[in-house]
Design a protein. Structure first.
Ligand SMILES: N[C@@H](CCSC[C@H]1O[C@@H](n2cnc3c(=O)[nH]cnc32)[C@H](O)[C@@H]1O)C(=O)O
Ligand SMILES: [Zn+2]
Length: 432
C-alpha cells in the first residue's frame, strides 16, 4: 500500500471546532492514516511532499454540474435561461456524440482538479462516457442521467438512467455513485415523475432534480398545475422519504421552505449561475433556519462559464450579506463548510470525505499561500473564502491518488485534451 507523507503544512480539517494547526498528514492507500503535529513513522513513506507554505484542506465538492457542457463554455452568454436552453444548448447537445461527451467531461474534470474540486454531482446524457471519464480522471462523482419528457414518453431515457445505476455504481474503486435524475418540474409531467419517485423509493436510489430556477418556471407550473414548483414535487411524494438533491431552489416562498424542512438531502446552491442568468437569490438564510442542508455547486460551464468553486464560495456569502443587509451572515467558516462537508451530505459521501480525519478517504487539496493576495495570514478561513481562487491550488489528491502536483496533471496529457476539446467544440456550435 502506497504511503504519502505531507510534512509541515497548515492543516484545516474543516471539522467543527478545529482551529488550523501546523502538522503532518499521512495517506495510506486510499485513506488518511494519521494527522498530527509531528508524526513519527516506523517505516519511511514512499513519497514525501514538503508542506511549507501549503494549506491542506478537504477537496471542494461541487454539488451540481453538467461537466460535459464545458465544451459549450462561453458559446452562449447573456441570454435568458429558457432561450439559452432551447435555442442554444439543446441544439448543440443534439449533435453531441458519446465521444464528445467523454472529452467534454474530461475537460470539466481537468478544470475541477486544477481548481481544487475532488467530487462532483453530474446530470447529463451519454452517461457511460461520463462515467468512463470519471474513472480516467481519478475524480469522485455522483452521476445521473437527466430524464426529460418532451414529445415522447421518455422511456429510452429511463432505460439509460437505470442502466447507469446498474452498471456504474461503485466503479472506479468506489469513486462513482449514482442517482436518478428527473430533470425539472417543467420537463417532467406528474405521471412519469411519480413513477420515478416510486422507483427511487423502492430501490433506495437518491434523486437529483433542478427546482425553481427561474420566475418563468414558477409561472409555467402555476399555469399547468396551480402550484409552486416545490408544492408540485411535494404533492407527488418526492420528499416523503427519498434522499433528494435539489439544484438551485431560487424561487421558494416561505411556505415552500417550510415544506422542505425535514427533507432528506437538501439544496445545491449555484449562486454564480443564478447571478449570471439573472435568476434571483436563493433563500439560503431561510433554508438554513429550517435546518435544510445547503451545499454549493457551479452548474455547467455552458451557463456559469467557470467551474471554480472558490467563485461560488464568494458569491454565496456576498449574496446573503447583500440580500439581508447583514455582513455577519454566512461567515467564512460556514461557507467553506458548505463547499465541503455540507455538499458531501448532498452526495451522501459525508462519512467518507468532506473533512480531514484519520480513516476518511484522502480527498484533499494543498493551497499555496506564498502569494501576495494570500499574505499575511490572520484568519485562515477568511483568507481562503474571500481571497483564494482555484489557481492557488497547488496539489489535488483524490482517493489517495495525486491528480495534480505543482499544477501539473498526473493522469492525462493536457495538450491532447485541449486539442480534442477545441475540435469537438467547434463542430458542435457551427452555424448555431
Ligand atoms: N437534454 C437531455 C436530458 C437532460 S440532461 C441535463 C440537461 O440539463 C440542461 N441544463 C444545464 N444547466 C441547466 C440549468 O441551469 N437549468 C436547466 N437545465 C439545465 C442541459 O442543457 C442538459 O440538456 C435529453 O434530451 O435527453
Ligand atoms: Zn443544472
Amino acid at each position: 500500500m502506497k504511503r504519502t507523507l505531507i510534512t509541515g503544512c497548515t492543516i484545516l480539517t474543516m471539522c467543527e471546532g478545529d482551529a488550523p494547526f501546523v502538522g503532518d498528514l499521512l495517506i495510506e492507500g486510499e485513506r488518511i492514516a494519521a494527522i498530527g503535529p509531528e508524526l513519527k513513522l516506523e517505516q519511511p513513506a514512499d513519497e514525501v511532499i514538503a508542506g511549507k507554505d501549503l494549506v491542506a484542506m478537504p477537496g471542494l465538492i461541487n454539488a451540481h454540474n453538467h461537466a460535459s457542457m464545458s465544451l459549450l463554455r462561453a458559446f452562449s452568454d447573456d441570454l435568458k435561461l429558457m432561450d439559452w436552453l432551447d435555442k442554444k444548448m439543446l441544439p448543440a447537445e443534439a449533435r453531441m456524440t458519446p465521444e464528445d461527451v467523454y472529452w467534454g467531461t474530461m475537460l470539466g474534470t481537468a478544470e475541477m482538479i486544477a481548481s481544487g474540486t475532488t467530487s462532483f454531482a453530474d446530470m447529463y446524457v451519454h452517461m457511460d462516457q461520463v462515467a468512463q471519464a470519471v474513472v480516467d480522471s481519478g475524480m469522485r462523482a455522483s452521476l445521473t442521467r437527466g430524464v426529460v419528457f418532451l414529445q415522447d414518453d421518455g422511456g429510452k431515457r429511463m432505460t439509460e438512467a437505470l442502466h447507469l445505476i446498474d452498471t456504474w455504481t461503485g466503479a472506479g474503486e468506489g469513486r462513482i455513485t449514482t442517482m436518478l435524475g428527473p430533470h425539472a418540474p417543467y420537463t417532467c409531467p406528474p405521471q412519469p415523475l411519480s413513477e420515478i419517485i416510486q422507483i427511487a423509493r423502492s430501490r433506495q436510489i437518491p434523486l437529483h432534480i433542478h427546482l425553481a430556477e427561474t420566475r418563468e418556471e414558477v409561472v409555467k407550473i402555476r399555469e399547468r398545475y396551480n402550484q409552486t414548483p416545490t408544492e408540485y414535487l411535494h404533492e407527488l411524494g418526492m420528499f416523503e422519504d427519498n434522499h433528494v438533491l435539489l439544484a438551485h431552489a431560487v424561487h421558494l416562498d416561505a411556505a415552500d421552505v417550510r415544506l422542505l424542512s425535514g427533507m432528506r438531502g437538501g439544496v445545491a446552491h449555484n449562486p454564480v449561475s443564478n447571478l449570471k442568468l439573472g435568476c434571483g437569490i436563493a433563500p439560503v438564510k431561510e433554508m438554513l433556519e429550517q435546518n435544510i442542508t445547503v451545499g454549493l455547486g457551479t452548474d455547467g460551464a455552458g451557463s456559469a462559464t467557470t467551474l471554480d468553486m472558490f467563485a461560488e464560495i464568494k458569491a454565496a456569502t456576498w449574496l446573503q450579506k447583500l440580500q439581508h443587509g447583514d455582513p455577519t451572515l454566512l461567515p467564512a467558516w460556514q461557507v467553506l463548510r458548505m463547499a465541503t462537508i455540507e455538499s458531501a451530505k448532498l452526495l451522501q459521501i459525508e462519512d467518507e470525505v468532506g473533512t480531514l480525519e484519520p480513516g476518511k478517504k484522502a480527498d484533499l487539496i494543498l493551497l499555496n499561500l506564498n502569494k501576495p493576495h494570500l499574505q499575511p495570514v490572520h484568519d485562515l478561513s477568511a483568507l481562503i473564502a474571500y481571497s483564494a481562487t482555484g489557481a492557488d491550488v497547488d496539489t489535488t489528491i483524490v482517493n489517495g491518488q495525486v491528480l495534480m502536483r505543482g499544477r501539473q496533471f498526473t493522469r492525462f496529457s493536457w495538450e491532447e485534451l485541449r486539442r480534442e476539446a477545441a475540435e469537438r467544440a467547434a463542430r458542435l456550435v457551427e452555424g448555431l
